[in-house]
Design a protein around this ligand. Structure first.
Ligand code: AMP
Ligand code: GLY
Length: 428
């Protein structure tokens, strides 16, 4: 198969690395890719916001399968345009991508199908939103309805914070994404990420992970896209997975099919495991970044056949095998992240730092005068396998010690919750 992979981050590097191992793969293109992805794929300069240009590239180059990494092209209808041109694509249509593109859409689906989630209300103006806030009080969660690059969520402890979040949302800082707000109950418990491959009818569980969203050690400071992750998530026992499938994932697929928008691709459920059971925080319609990196290290089966199985409606006849090992990834970021990261600093030793069971995925790098430089906030994902999370962590930090990049930083406590459990010899 000739495959085009859309995206340029650490998630896409991990996908490219795994796709390259497929016996089905004849040629891999990546648009736009990055210097790490270029080791596995031919990187092409395509504007991935221009659906027509992507379709033309596929036609001109005989691409017979497209894998879309990030959510924005999906919400913008890239899958629809590829399907209309007869090109198979792993990723949902724009309508199905509403599961991530509109928080209100997902909440209404949950209400209609009895899917457990935080109690909520939707508002199109600040006055009604604030009247509601006065009634329900704090703590409370305020969310911009649309895609806001991870910045649209405020957990408000006081009424002033809640009002400010509502005003921010309607001030236009999130563009169209802030035309509506969703106000919801604060859930308490342990968060986990759960992935499923979906073919429209069948969902195949595709791994669990936990990530660290805050920039600072001890899970403090501003939110980021994720500073590290590990898999599996100890809290996702086989019993919990089976509850999540029955109570959350299966009704979602049924609901989407009944709406005439069957979901094909990878569905990423952000869950809160509460005292009452699992509740849906949000859906994403793509792999997590950096969760994908740890999943790919543990996946034993052929990724491309599984993705093809999802597109061909064959998942009911397929299964997935995982390594018993744990995987952990540490994000190395450029100083300044998640504010304004410094770009252009030289990174040395990242090739040599790779070792048995350690992969270094590029998230935000570029080549300048033959040298590898930082070109984004999150720059490298140092990812390792180990018989325990503790062992994977030690291998990842050993590799980081061999990378010479004074302008970068990372959290030193990735995996702390699982590592504490391992040290105490306890299960969740
Ligand atoms: P989201 O963009 O919806 O994933 O929200 C970002 C983060 O905010 C989540 O990963 C949670 O940590 C937190 N969050 C969002 N909604 C809730 C909620 N209803 N209760 C508690 N935490 C939440
Ligand atoms: N790591 C969180 C996300 O990909 O949304």
């Amino acid at each position: 198969m000739k495959v085009l992979l859309i995206g340029s981050g650490g998630r896409e590097h991990a996908l490219a690395w795994k796709l390259t191992a497929s016996p089905l793969l004849e040629r891999l293109y990546a648009a736009p890719g990055n210097p790490g992805i270029a080791k596995h794929a031919e990187c092409v300069e395509l504007d991935i916001r221009d659906n027509g240009a992507v379709v033309d590239f596929c036609r001109d180059n005989g691409v017979d399968f497209v894998v879309v990494g990030p959510e924005a092209p999906l919400v913008a209808g890239l899958a629809d345009d590829l399907i209309a041109a007869g090109i198979p694509v792993f990723g949902p249509t724009a309508e199905a991508a509403q599961l991530e593109g509109s928080k209100g859409f997902t909440k209404d689906l949950c209400a209609a199908y009895g899917i457990p989630t935080a109690a909520y209300a939707r508002f199109g103006d600040a006055t009604h939103a604030k009247d509601y806030l006065r009634k329900v009080g704090t703590p409370i969660v305020i969310k911009a309805d649309g895609l806001a690059a991870g910045k649209g969520v405020t957990i408000a402890m006081t009424e002033d914070e809640a009002f400010a979040a509502v005003d921010d949302c309607f001030s236009g800082i999130f563009g169209d994404a802030g035309a509506e707000v969703v106000i919801e109950e604060l859930l308490e418990g342990e968060e986990a990420s759960f992935f499923c491959l979906c073919d429209g009818k069948t969902a195949l569980p595709f791994g669990t992970a936990q990530d660290h969203k805050r920039v600072g050690e001890g899970d403090t400071g501003p939110n980021t896209g994720g500073m590290g992750a590990y898999s599996p998530a100890p809290v996702m026992s086989p019993e919990m997975i089976s509850r999540v499938m029955g109570e959350i994932i299966e009704p979602t697929l049924k609901g989407m099919e009944e709406k005439g928008a069957p979901f094909i691709g990878v569905l990423y459920a952000g869950l809160m495991i509460t005292d009452e059971g699992p509740k849906l925080i949000e859906y994403n319609v793509r792999f997590g970044d950096p969760e994908c990196q740890v999943l790919m290290l543990r996946l034993k089966d052929d990724l491309l056949s599984l993705m093809k199985g999802a597109v061909d409606g064959q998942l009911a006849h397929m299964s997935v095998r995982w390594s018993d090992d744990a995987a952990l990834t540490v994000v190395m970021a450029a100083k300044g992240y998640p504010g304004t990261p410094e770009k252009g600093s030289v990174i040395r030793g990242s090739e040599a730092a790779t070792a048995e069971g350690v992969e270094i995925f590029h998230a935000g790098t570029a080549l300048k005068d033959g040298e590898l430089v930082a070109n984004g906030g999150r720059v490298l994902n140092v990812t390792a396998l180990g018989s325990t999370v503790t062992e994977a962590r030690d291998k990842a930090y050993d590799a980081i010690g061999r990378i010479d990049w004074p302008e970068g930083f990372c959290r030193r406590d990735i995996g702390w919750r699982a590592i504490e459990r391992e040290a105490a010899g306890t299960k969740p």
